[in-house]
Design a protein around this ligand. Structure first.
Ligand code: ADP
Length: 485
């Protein structure tokens, strides 16, 4: 199959979050699975300053944006970690040659709709002009969600383009690309599309909604999240549209890059270890306490690495903190996010200096050290489209305590009596979004920790789990094949 990925961020060129990791890694695995892959991304300032080997092509792209015509240029390179993945960069300096991808501290760039209308149309124009043969065009999030809309409307008369199947992957439904209704003019799309079914959403234009309606297939990053987003609790206002299109909605979990996240070859940890030999883990725990200036103790070490936002369940943690600190344990928190959480956690941390290490920062090395040195990992998310940290924790034998939502529900099996007996348990889960349930789940983990044999069995089972990209890639390939009939 010939697959093209269109995304506003791709590792190693530009990244603000997990989307970039997914679109940077999946194509490498698709290539390994003998698929022919190409990619599209805007030519950001970061691509130029990083000095990638790319070449300007003899292609000028004149794209109408409202009443004006904007000119873009095309650059080409090869993904540095691939054998032969062509990456097309869309140049329009006025739009993309900026310090950040989507905005500054004072907010989103005011012309974001225009920037990604241009990018979406440019991708289609490049395919048309170069007469690229593409079977599946894989779009990601709101930034490229208009591509399926354009292909099925403005460009539907073009023979080469109309045979392309589109797949739209939603990485986080909370971000939809909602813009002022007047921006409809910038799209060049027929005004009749601005009604509540395809593109309009409570008086605004909604790019993601358009993509959901027009894409041949919609996916999201876990099976459970694919179910959840059809409900009012998780649907962010799009639940009705998603329910209507559920016949083409699928969930495929993101994979883990085990070359970076595995205790056997982790370059950031002091002692390597694996399922056969866990001595290194005990040493990592010792080292972690030293690094965090916590006293050496027999107590279990709990860890939490997270953006400190409402999504991640920080409220639950704050509510239980005083009770938690009465237990015989130590806790390492690494995170950065909303200022209100920073302040609350700082106040709490002052009270528990010998038990709690609070690190409000982004520190990749420390993240690896906590994954390796902790016994238990906390992830009580309110919602979680996929989540990666819980899968890392499994591989590091750091038993996750998670809320049963989205990717957490798909990847962690609760250590209740039955699952412990039949050997399927991998962690501890809570169902409701309640502080008492969170504390109860942690208490169950602490109780099991007291039995060395039972804890070791659970840890072994956790470390055995395979959430690699290989398995997720297989599912994408099957899905792409199915849409081609
Ligand atoms: P999300 O993408 O929603 O933030 P994930 O669990 O999918 O959550 O991925 C989080 C990733 O970010 C993990 O690799 C985790 O180690 C890393 N991370 C989060 N916060 C920090 C931090 N403060 N310092 C270092 N790494 C962090």
């Amino acid at each position: 199959m010939k697959i093209a990925e269109a995304s506003s961020e791709i590792v190693p060129y530009a990244k603000t979050g997990g989307l970039a990791d997914v679109v940077g890694t999946l194509p490498l695995y698709l290539e390994k699975a003998k698929q022919e892959v190409s990619m599209f991304i805007p030519l950001y300032k970061s691509v130029i300053t990083s000095g990638f080997d790319i070449k300007l092509m003899d292609v000028t792209l004149d794209i109408p944006i409202g009443d004006a015509v904007h000119t873009g240029y095309l650059w080409k390179g090869v993904h540095p970690d691939s054998k032969d993945i062509t990456v097309y960069f869309i140049q329009h300096d006025e739009y993309y040659h900026r310090d950040a991808l989507y905005g500054t501290e004072s907010g989103d760039y005011p012309d974001n709709s225009e920037r990604f209308i241009f990018f979406s149309r440019a991708v289609i124009e490049v395919i048309k002009r170069l007469e690229l043969s593409i079977d599946v065009l894989h779009c990601h999030d709101w930034q490229t969600a208009l591509i399926p809309v354009y292909l099925k409307t403005l460009y539907s008369h073009d023979k080469n383009l109309s045979s392309i199947k589109t797949v739209l992957t939603i990485h986080n439904l909370a971000y939809q690309g909602l813009f002022w209704r007047e921006d409809m003019k910038l799209t060049g799309l027929d005004r009749t599309l601005f009604n509540w079914k395809p593109l309009e959403h409570w008086g605004k234009i909604n790019f993601l909604k358009g993509g959901i309606v027009f894409a041949d297939i919609v996916t999201t990053v876990s099976k459970k999240y694919a179910e959840e987003i059809r409900t009012a609790e998780f649907g962010c206002g799009l639940e009705i549209i998603l329910k209507e299109h559920e016949h083409k909605l699928y969930g495929i979990i993101n994979g883990v890059d085990y070359s970076e996240w595995s205790p056997e070859n982790d370059k950031f940890i002091s002692h390597k270890y694996n399922i056969e030999n866990l001595r290194g883990k005990a040493m990592c725990k010792k080292r972690l306490r030293k690094v965090l200036s916590l006293p050496q103790a027999k107590a279990p070490m709990l860890g939490m690495i997270s953006r400190l936002t409402e999504q991640k369940g920080v409220d639950l943690l704050i509510v239980i903190m005083d009770d938690l600190m009465k237990r015989d344990l130590q806790l390492a928190i690494l995170g950065i996010g909303d200022e209100k959480y920073h302040q609350m956690l700082r106040e709490i941390a002052l009270k528990y200096k010998r038990k709690l290490s609070l690190n409000i920062m982004f520190d990749n090395q420390l993240a690896h050290q906590i994954e390796a040195g902790a016994d238990i990992f906390l992830m009580p998310s309110k919602y979680e489209p996929c989540g990666l940290s819980q899968m890392y924790s499994l591989r590091y034998g750091t038993i996750p305590v998670v809320r049963e939502t989205g990717g957490l529900a798909d990847t962690i099996i609760d250590a209740n009596d039955l699952n412990l007996k039949n050997g399927t348990a991998t962690g501890f889960t809570l169902k409701g979004y309640f502080a008492t349930e969170f504390l109860f789940a942690i208490d169950r983990a602490l109780e099991l920790y007291k039995s060395k044999t039972k804890w070791n069995a659970l840890r072994r089972n956790a470390m055995k789990q395979d959430w690699s990209w290989k398995r997720s890639t297989r599912e994408y390939v099957e899905l792409f094949k199915s849409v081609l009939g």
